[in-house]
Design a protein around this ligand. Structure first.
Ligand SMILES: Cc1cc2nc3c(=O)[nH]c(=O)nc-3n(C[C@H](O)[C@H](O)[C@H](O)COP(=O)(O)O)c2cc1C
Length: 160
């Protein structure tokens, strides 16, 4: 399979954009940009995200009982790029707060604070299933990713 062409095919699927965060054992914040987020179950509330095993954030996420999913707003495009970049510490000069068990990024369209429900080995990624313990959301337009570019989600037309 031509990997670049395969990735282009996958990029045809528009997604939202999240930053998945967790604390390491020294309570240092870690996080990465991830568009593999999906809602899995409503009762109980379970979500999933796929994390590359080779990434620097993986050891923290695989060692933590809790994590948070920050669903980015359209205004957070630069943050999405920052949390996918090679910068040493992504939280230096980034505005963040400590949620009950994971770092939260202000300005997100939604925050989901999770406890680990299960982990599924899946090739070069791990599927991290999270049981949602708490959440917040705001009406800001979410950030969308498709074919390598970021967009603002269209706002629904006002009801008559
Ligand atoms: C829009 C976008 C979506 C991404 N989605 C994921 C994802 O779902 N899972 C993942 O492991 N990496 C994903 N990445 C790549 C990671 O953000 C990036 O490779 C990662 O931060 C590498 O850093 P690390 O070595 O610190 O883990 C995505 C990158 C971008 C720009």
């Amino acid at each position: 399979m031509d990997q670049r062409d395969y990735r282009r095919a996958l990029g045809s699927f528009p997604t939202g954009v999240t930053i998945v965060t967790a604390f390491d054992p020294d309570r240092e914040p870690w996080g990465l940009t991830a568009n593999s987020f999906t809602s899995v179950s409503l009762q109980p509330p379970v979500i999933s995200v796929c994390i590359a095993k080779a990434g620097r954030v993986f050891p923290t996420l695989s060692g933590s009982d809790h994590f948070a999913v920050n669903i980015l707003s359209a205004a957070q495009r630069d943050l999405a790029l920052h949390f996918a970049s090679d910068v040493e510490n992504r939280f230096t000069d980034t505005d963040w707060t400590a949620g009950s068990a994971a770092p939260l990024l202000p300005g997100a369209s939604a925050h989901l604070e999770c406890t680990v429900h299960d982990r599924v080995d899946a090739g070069d990624h791990e599927i991290l299933l999270g049981r949602v313990l708490d959440y917040t959301h705001r009406p800001d337009p979410p950030l969308v990713f498709c074919r390598g570019s970021f967009f603002a989600a269209p706002q629904p037309e006002a009801s008559p």
